[in-house]
Design a protein around this ligand. Structure first.
Ligand code: GLU
Length: 373
């Protein structure tokens, strides 16, 4: 099964972290970029489509601008990213050209994907590039991404991209060999976990918060990305990006790294987008009856089951649904604003007209616009 998931993957998203392609002192690691380009060209020659999500702009920018330390303020990070990104993409162009491949730069912000129209537009552009045989090289558009609208880290971006392009496999190149029973840098008896069927809270805890100097995420963000794409039926392979041959080895299947299996029940794309791309603008606290109706009976959310409304949102905005234990168990697009919901929460559907003077929708969230988490 493991090898089949790898060898049958036709469309592969490869996430390349900063430390693999750039160093603060020496700038771009051209030797690594040459090797990775060669391996990715081999994947393409093996009839695979490849999308790259590459970090490294900030680190490359630090060297280019001669900054002494890693920038702390957002404007300085953004300036370094802008200076470094052109450097980075130029290196990708050159290395891939030597291997007979063309690349295209695509810079995305979270907002681009949170708007369904722009999401679909980005999807068409990326699939067109792939049809033309071009390798998209994606990064976050750091220059215009302020804290609230950032993807946060490129592991999260890679997860979003895997969904965006409907990938068959997400490969995350790490600076360690995969997920270990403990942090291998701190404990030499730590053992590699070759396969993960289900990302349980224990696995998430195991991933901890280990991080290296120049990476934003560490293992925890990789596991979160794997968890999200698993819900979309996509497996994730975490391998050591410094080890030659592992990436191109996917063509024949590989025993290296950690493979996270996909969930058998795949969320449809639009529901996955509601659940994992959109960020909630508010929260609805529901009573047990409503939780049960949504979770187990495939029902829409009616005003009667709502106990509390938090946040400030408009019709069409995403909101999260929480049960009495405080667990966020669903996300959906609301038909009513927070202002209106405060008036009709707890009311019977038949009373909406009396309270509001009109009755546009029976449901607060229609089940077609609701994704269970
Ligand atoms: N977009 C950032 C860069 O290119 C990296 C963010 C990350 O690695 O998570 O430097």
């Amino acid at each position: 099964m493991r090898n089949l998931l790898l060898t049958s993957a036709k469309r592969i998203v490869v996430k390349i972290g900063s430390s693999l392609v750039a160093s603060r002192k020496l700038g771009l690691r051209i030797d690594q970029l040459e090797r990775l380009s060669k391996e990715i060209a081999e994947l393409k020659a093996g009839n695979r489509e490849v999308v790259i999500v590459s970090s490294g702009a900030i680190v490359a920018g630090i060297e280019k601008l001669g900054l002494k330390t890693y920038p702390q303020s957002l404007p300085l990070k953004q300036a370094a990213a802008a200076a470094g990104q052109s450097h980075l993409i130029h290196a990708y162009e050159k290395c891939f050209k030597e291997n007979g491949q063309k690349v295209a730069q695509v810079l995305l912000t979270h907002q681009d994907l949170a708007d369904r129209k722009r999401f679909l537009n980005a999807r068409y552009t990326l699939t067109t590039l792939m049809q033309l045989g071009v390798i998209p090289v994606i990064n976050e558009n750091d220059t215009v991404s302020v804290e609230e609208i950032r993807f946060g880290d490129n592991d999260a971006l890679a997860g979003q991209v895997a969904h965006l392009v409907d990938a068959d496999l997400l490969v995350i190149l790490s600076d360690v060999d995969g997920l270990f029973t403990e942090d291998p840098r701190q404990n030499s008896s730590a053992k590699l976990i070759p396969e993960v069927q289900d990302i349980t809270p224990e696995i998430e805890q195991r991933a901890g918060l280990s991080r290296t100097q120049d990476s934003t995420g560490g293992m925890a963000t990789k596991i979160q990305a794997a968890k999200q794409v698993a819900e979309f039926g996509v497996p994730t392979l975490i391998i050591n990006g410094e080890t030659p041959g592992l990436l191109s080895g996917i063509l024949a299947g590989t025993g290296a790294g950690t493979l996270f299996h996909p969930q058998s029940r795949r969320l449809p794309s639009r529901k996955h987008w509601i659940a994992y791309t959109l960020r909630p603008k508010g929260h609805l606290l529901l009573d047990d009856g409503a939780v049960e109706a949504l979770m187990f009976r495939g029902k829409s959310l009616l005003p009667s089951g709502i106990l509390e409304v938090k946040g400030d949102f408009l019709p069409g905005d995403p909101v999260a649904c929480t049960d009495l234990q405080g667990k966020e168990f669903a996300k959906g697009l609301v038909n009513y604003s927070s202002h209106t919901l405060l008036k009709i929460k707890g009311q019977k559907t038949s009373d909406i007209k009396r309270v509001l003077g009109s009755h546009e929708y029976e449901e607060v969230i229609h089940r077609d616009n609701l994704a269970l988490l």
